[in-house]
Ligand binder design. Structure first.
Ligand SMILES: Nc1ncnc2c1ncn2[C@@H]1O[C@H](COP(=O)(O)OP(=O)(O)OP(=O)(O)O)[C@@H](O)[C@H]1O
Ligand SMILES: [Mg+2]
Length: 251
């Protein structure tokens, strides 16, 4: 057993998230453990994307505490948060979010240009390595409009990986992908965990994917946390909403 797994890498306590006056998340308390895949589950509109955006302060939390590596981040200024946290994180957004007017290579180079001072030839080597990782070697000079949906997702994942993050957030990485592409993406996620010791937080509805990759499950329902624990414990929890979700597999 690895002892590092005893300390959470991210600790969220009593997080409340709002858009304007509307409360979206109520008292969310979750621990994310290093070198595990944590899957965030719950119905459409329950607040999964909002939780990720609050943890990364893309939306400022209304109240509560968020710690990365045991350090409170909600009180950090933008510079500190960038240096101490964002530099070590990759994020694959739900909507892909590649810039359409520039090539795949230029898209992936954006984080490198923002966060490093590497010479161009080194940058290109890194970009080629990441594209190879997601099986998109041929896409270097293509525009996003020349890619299929699944290729766009994989190019966005290459961009999320370009700074070799310690923690990777993926919001619905396999939605809309065919089963084989989805399987390849899951295998990549497991490789990142096993070979690069990455900690990975994934929002997904795909049961096959959850069964392949999840170590831990966080189940949200209507802005509240219904369950947090192992995949096995989730399946054995007896909580109706969770049973309904996992039993959809048998119908
Ligand atoms: N920018 C915003 N302004 C106002 N309300 C928002 C905004 N973004 C999301 N919401 C609302 O917050 C709630 C949670 O949305 P969120 O996107 O977090 O859900 P989700 O669980 O990720 O859903 P899905 O599975 O469909 O992606 C929804 O009621 C949504 O309408
Ligand atoms: Mg979402």
């Amino acid at each position: 057993m690895k002892s590092i797994n005893n300390n959470p890498i991210i600790k969220v306590d009593n997080l409340v998230a709002k858009y304007g006056p509307k409360i979206i998340l109520q008292d969310i308390t979750v621990d994310i453990y290093p070198n595990e895949v944590t899957v965030i589950l719950g119905g459409s509109g329950c607040g999964k994307t909002t939780l990720l955006k609050n943890i990364l302060r893309l939306i400022e939390p209304y109240s509560g505490s968020i710690k990365f590596w045991n350090e409170e981040v909600t009180t950090m200024d933008e510079y500190q948060f960038n240096e101490k946290v964002l530099n070590r994180i990759g994020m694959l957004f739900q909507a892909g979010a590649l810039l359409n007017s520039i090539s795949v290579k230029e898209n992936i180079s954006v984080p490198l240009e923002q966060h490093t001072k590497l010479p161009e030839d080194i940058m290109e080597r890194i970009i080629r390595t990441k594209l190879h990782l997601v099986n998109l070697d041929h896409a270097l000079e293509l525009l996003p409009s020349e890619l299929s949906g699944g290729m766009k997702k994989r190019a966005a994942l290459a961009r999320a990986l370009v700074l070799d993050p310690d923690i990777l957030f993926c919001d619905e990485p396999s939605a809309g992908l065919d089963p084989l592409t989805s399987l390849a993406l899951d295998e990549l996620i497991l490789n990142l965990k096993h070979q690069l010791n990455m900690t990975i937080i994934v929002v997904t509805h795909e049961l096959a994917s959850i069964n392949r990759i999840a170590d831990k499950i966080i189940f949200l329902d209507n802005g509240r946390m219904l369950f947090a624990g192992t995949l096995e414990a989730a399946k054995a929890s007896g909580i109706k909403a969770i049973d309904t979700f996992f039993n959809a597999e048998n119908h």
